[in-house]
Design a protein around this ligand. Structure first.
Ligand SMILES: [Zn+2]
Length: 272
């Protein structure tokens, strides 16, 4: 006997206008629900279930497992480890809340707040995740390092503003471009300048950014569902592909940062 009667799911045209953001996903929309009903939707099939679990399961795994591989006590500045740990958690938890409660009875206002929360999570992984990279790249230039850290935080505040006020996926993606260019300039400084860091971490960071950019692009161009509307309603659509690529990108961020933190222990800046 079922403990909970699943609600009747809706088609695209019957769902509220603010939830009609992918015209190639035709069925499986939850009706407008209370918070409790949204939580119960964790246990039956609908078109947001894949989005919730593709970030929900990694969030729990990161929360529990990452602390074991972070060298909390072996680096001079413990804040680097804290920033990195939070960076790995932010995008997935913001996303879970957005996808779980997006059909809340509060309507468009609640939806917009949750979407902003999801965007802030993405901005925070870019912001917090880059702080250790900036710190290590400019390790031998303490004054420049402080200025760069401050500049990146200000740039990130601007990216958060752009991402939370944008009205299209394209504009949201564009909000992250300045942060990406800043990181790219750091990578160039490591390769062609006097920036420092593990010789192996740069490759991992480039893969990280490539995966994140490809994921964002897939989400904007809505592939594969645009070629077969309705076929990918529950599983395999562009948003889920982006979720998986974001998780892979976070794993590469973790590997790269751990590589740098292991390397920094045996590195001495050259004397003036
Ligand atoms: Zn999402």
């Amino acid at each position: 006997m079922a403990l909970y009667q699943e609600p009747r799911l809706l088609d695209f045209t019957k769902t509220p206008p603010h939830l009609q953001f992918n015209k190639y996903v035709l069925t499986g929309y939850r009706p407008v629900s209370t918070a409790g009903e949204c939580l119960r939707s964790l246990f039956y099939m609908h078109n947001e279930l894949g989005n919730i679990y593709t970030h929900g399961i990694p969030f729990l795994l990161f929360l529990v497992l990452l602390p074991y591989s972070i060298p909390w006590m072996e680096v001079d500045s413990t804040w680097i480890c804290v920033a990195h740990y939070l960076a790995c958690l932010c995008p997935t938890i913001g996303s879970v809340l957005y996808h779980l409660f997006m059909n809340h009875i509060g309507g468009q206002h609640v939806y917009n707040t949750l979407l902003s929360l999801d965007m802030v999570g993405v901005c925070l992984v870019n912001t917090l995740g880059a702080l250790p990279i900036i710190y290590i790249t400019l390790l031998c230039y303490p004054t420049v390092r402080q200025t760069a850290l401050l500049a990146y935080i200000l740039l990130s505040a601007y990216a958060i503003y752009c991402a939370t006020t944008a009205h299209t996926n394209f504009l949201r993606l564009r909000a992250f471009v300045w942060q990406a260019l800043f990181r790219f300039s750091l990578f160039l400084f490591r390769v062609y300048g006097t920036g420092v860091g593990s010789p192996d971490s740069l490759r991992l960071f480039v893969i990280m950014d490539t995966l994140a950019a490809l994921g964002g692009l897939v989400n904007v161009i809505q592939i594969p569902e645009r070629f077969s509307p309705g076929l990918f309603d529950n599983w395999g659509n562009s948003h889920q592909i982006m979720h998986v690529m974001v998780v892979c990108s976070i794993i590469y961020l973790h590997w790269g940062t751990m590589e740098d933190l292991a390397w920094i222990r045996s590195f001495q800046c050259p004397a003036e």
